[in-house]
Design a protein around this ligand. Structure first.
Ligand code: FES
Length: 216
């Protein structure tokens, strides 16, 4: 069943944020993915085809965009999705030991959900908090920094009891009507963005003339 069939106003709103050109239409791919993932927890192959049709592109391109961003998932995740940064600074600060602690404590591997439905895990590239390595990100909510194996065990114990500790750093994921970046839970975070404006067709480079060749 189609996800967007009965959500035309939402689709119109998302497309209205971008130029009407084919390039602008493809820019809507990420917010459409976000919409499906927020509603269903992950994005199936059928949804990729649906989004591709809306954006005038292919499901292969949708999948390739998804594979670039660790925020999108193609399989179900647990109630608490834990992402461990495995890039150099975190690796030097003990991310491998942290990862081993996590998968052995939870008895879960990437792509799986723990038997109680609570946890899933993923290794990811640099989360942009290298100065506080090693880092664990919880869903789209925020980072826990300087995570030692002991701190990791405390974090898991709290999450098992559904007592989510406040992240050391929250992640702004949207902009509210007042032009403020806000987190997943609606808290203001980051700088105002009132100086930003919507792109128009004239902001985009003209496509190359049909039949023209790229010079090497
Ligand atoms: S290397 Fe881990 S946050 Fe940058």
């Amino acid at each position: 069943m189609s996800y967007f069939a009965d959500k035309q106003p939402l689709v119109d709103d998302i497309f209205s944020r971008y130029p009407r050109s084919p390039q602008g239409k493809r820019s809507a791919l990420m917010p459409l993915l976000r919409e499906v993932q927020d509603a269903e927890g992950y994005v199936t192959e059928d949804r990729m085809h649906e989004i591709a049709a809306l954006c005038g592109t292919t499901a292969t391109e949708v999948r390739s965009v998804m594979s670039f961003y660790s925020t999108y998932h193609t399989t179900p995740t647990g109630k608490y999705h834990l992402q461990v940064c495995a890039t150099l600074m975190c690796a030097l600060a003990g991310a491998e030991e942290l990862w081993d602690e996590l998968v052995s404590e939870l008895d879960v591997q990437p792509g799986e959900v723990s038997s109680d439905g609570r946890f899933s895990v993923q290794k990811v590239e640099c989360l942009g908090s290298c100065g506080t390595a090693p880092v664990i990100q919880l869903g789209d909510e925020g980072f826990y920094e300087n995570v030692t194996p002991k701190r990791c065990r405390h974090l898991l114990a709290a999450l098992r009891a559904d007592q989510k500790p406040a992240p050391d750093n929250t992640i702004p994921v949207m902009v509210n009507s007042a032009g403020l970046q806000v987190t997943y839970s609606g808290q203001a975070a980051g700088a105002p963005v009132e100086f930003l404006r919507r792109l128009t067709d004239t902001d985009l480079p003209a496509p190359p003339p049909a039949g023209s060749e790229v010079k090497k």
